[in-house]
Design a protein around this ligand. Structure first.
Ligand SMILES: NC(=O)C1=CN([C@@H]2O[C@H](COP(=O)(O)OP(=O)(O)OC[C@H]3O[C@@H](n4cnc5c(N)ncnc54)[C@H](O)[C@@H]3O)[C@@H](O)[C@H]2O)C=CC1
Ligand SMILES: N[C@@H](CCC(=O)N[C@@H](CSC=O)C(=O)NCC(=O)O)C(=O)O
Ligand SMILES: [Zn+2]
Ligand SMILES: [Zn+2]
Length: 458
């Protein structure tokens, strides 16, 4: 007799089926159906139908456990062979601003004290990677290995690392959390000061040197993560250990864009039920703001984008109305003020355009409206408005990683995804292999691409 969905084992079967289905959407994965001992492939095991007897109901659970143990042993043995050694692997090197990334053999040194070497299995591309690659980031250094939205497995750890070990499934976090510095202890911010000077300078804290090189020439790290590499080295305070059952080809998105949008609403703005919200820019970050606002009970969620095609998609994330500034002669802030009886309660800038940041502030309601800057603007750009806008009660804020404390809260976000309480799959519009990374950047500039996930190992 076929299962009817009521048993515990069936829940596991459903979970596996769901992940298997989504992992293949839009993908021509030659590994599909194989038993590759890595991340989400574990889910692609053939499952026998379960029936109502206790015996057959337990089969998928036991199978899953056995597979997890064998996966762990296999990974442990392979990492024994590489621990303490330089690993030569493929990485995408950005040699100069805007010049195509070059996939080549890179030497990755072993982790030193307080460092973790991670085998990156999947990485997505974020607009900030393109921003730094464009040469407009004042902290941008070349040659470097970009990438900061990824998931992988710990290969080896340096001296003194206690919170992760080889085999752990992890998400590298560009925003560290040491729990000891004055930022971490303040309880007022998710920013951490422990390794920030090093990550901004493209090196590791210990010796202020890079762990990456090509034929002896150092290559800079980026954002303390450098996930466009099959192996990377990060500080231990920048590693979130996650549920090993989570599909790494999905939860890699929890390294940046999705938490940023959700957290901007939940942590930074603290949107209340019934609030009105305007979102400028409906890319992944803006759509995650919409998702967060919907879950917070916002009554109206107005999406603003110069690409009208975004509206159809945005409705699925909670956007209730859409405005294209190109359809109006009036300034966009005036359009929104007129639509909302004096302005919205909260607005979010998710583009990185300083003129739009001004509009986002000025479309907020007098007396209490709060605008949150999320977008990253180019070097030399500055924001401006009449101080009267603030004198009359509007509040201007900004957010990094949505105010989430990375090591503590990324695992919580993974659990929320596993419980289907937050979306991830819906943001993934494209899946490509690592060799197609330059094509993935081209796609990013097309309106139809939200997130493109790259598979780093065949
Ligand atoms: N503060 C933080 O922690 C983070 C900031 N970011 C930044 O957030 C921004 C958004 O990132 P993504 O969603 O990945 O980018 P995206 O490029 O996918 O989305 C931007 C959207 O803005 C729209 N747009 C462009 N110009 C516009 C204008 N003048 N008016 C209205 N809409 C306009 C585009 O059509 C697009 O839909 C970027 O600047 C990125 O660097 C990203 C992640 C974290
Ligand atoms: N390097 C840039 C600033 C880039 C920036 O603002 N980064 C965001 C994250 S963007 C992710 O996609 C951030 O969290 N900033 C806080 C931080 O400590 O870096 C510049 O110098 O302008
Ligand atoms: Zn990002
Ligand atoms: Zn800290």
């Amino acid at each position: 007799m076929k299962h009817n969905g009521g048993c515990k084992a069936h829940a596991v079967v459903n979970n596996i089926s769901r992940n298997e289905h989504h992992s293949t959407v839009g993908s021509k994965d030659p590994m599909r159906g194989s038993r590759k001992v890595e991340g989400h492939f574990r889910r692609q095991l053939p499952l026998t139908e379960c029936d109502d007897s206790d015996h057959t109901e337990r089969i998928p659970v036991q199978f899953d456990l056995i597979y997890r143990i064998s996966e762990y042993i296999s990974f442990f043995l392979s990492s024994m062979a590489t621990q303490g050694q330089v690993i030569t692997c493929k990485a995408a090197v950005a040699y100069e601003p805007n010049k195509p990334l070059v996939i080549e053999d890179v030497q990755v040194a072993p982790p030193q004290a307080g460092e973790v070497r991670i085998k990156i299995l999947f990485t997505a591309l974020c607009h900030t990677d393109a921003y730094t690659w464009s040469g407009k980031d004042p902290e941008g250094l070349f040659p470097c290995i970009l990438g900061h939205e990824a998931a992988g497995i710990v290969e080896s750890v340096g001296e003194g690392v206690t919170e992760v070990q080889p085999g752990d499934h992890v998400i590298p976090c560009y925003q560290a959390e040491c729990r000891e510095c004055k930022f971490c202890k303040s309880g007022k911010t998710n920013l951490c000061g422990k390794v920030r000077t090093a990550t901004g300078a493209g090196v590791m804290m210990n010796d202020r040197k890079s762990r990456f090189s090509v034929n002896g020439k150092p290559i800079y790290h980026f954002m303390g993560t450098s996930t466009f590499s099959q192996y990377t080295v990060v500080h231990d305070v920048s590693v979130a250990k996650i549920d090993p059952q989570a599909p790494l080809d999905k939860v890699c998105l929890l390294g940046c864009g999705v938490p940023t949008g959700l957290g901007a609403v939940w942590n930074t703005a603290k949107v209340e039920p019934g609030s009105t919200v305007a979102i400028f820019g409906l890319g992944t970050v803006g759509l995650a703001v919409a998702e967060g606002a919907k879950s917070a009970g916002a009554s109206r969620i107005i999406g603003v984008d110069i690409d009208s095609k975004k509206y159809g998609l945005a409705k699925n994330f909670g956007v209730t109305e859409f405005v294209n500034p190109k359809d109006h002669d009036k300034p966009i802030q005036q359009v929104i003020v007129d639509l909302t009886d004096g302005g919205v309660d909260y607005s979010f800038e998710c583009i990185g355009n300083v003129s739009v940041m001004r509009a986002a502030l000025e479309c907020c309601h007098k007396g209490w409206g709060t605008s949150v800057i999320i977008g990253v603007a180019a070097s030399g750009q500055e924001i401006s408005t009449r101080p009267f806008q603030l004198v009359t009660g509007r509040v201007w804020k900004g957010t990094a990683f949505g105010g989430f404390k990375s090591r503590s809260q990324v695992p919580w976000l993974v659990d929320k995804y596993m419980k289907k309480e937050i979306k991830i799959d819906e943001y993934i519009t494209h899946n490509l292999t690592f060799g197609d990374i330059n094509k993935a950047f081209d796609l990013m500039h097309e309106g139809s691409c939200l997130r493109c996930v790259l598979k780093l190992h065949e």
